[in-house]
Design a protein around this ligand. Structure first.
Ligand SMILES: [Zn+2]
Length: 102
């Protein structure tokens, strides 16, 4: 199934991303979770260095979104207020993290 978002927007409290999918399902992903699961090489390398007991702490401007841009027809990129902008979130990845606990 070729699932893609029909609409993506910030929730009213600006704490999460609402995704309206082409199959009419809806997901809400907290911005903290999105940032924690940033798929860019920098963040992945950072995560590999950490022990399993590592608790990620983020400053306020690291979990606030500055802008969301579409990347081709397969992903979005997120620019965070601290300037981090290398995370490309492919649509299937968004669906996976949306349904993942935590
Ligand atoms: Zn990243």
């Amino acid at each position: 199934m070729n699932l893609f978002p029909k609409q993506i927007k910030l929730s009213e409290d600006k704490d999460s991303l609402l995704i309206y999918w082409s199959d009419n399902s809806t997901n809400s992903i907290s911005l903290l979770k999105l940032r924690k699961l940033c798929p860019c090489a920098t963040c992945l390398t950072e995560k590999e260095k950490q022990s399993p007991s590592y608790i990620p702490l983020f400053a306020e401007n690291q979990i606030k979104i500055k802008s969301i841009n579409q990347v081709g027809s397969y992903a979005i990129s997120i620019v965070w207020q601290d300037g981090h902008n290398t995370g490309i979130y492919e649509f299937p990845y968004l669906k996976i993290i949306a349904e993942k606990a935590g």
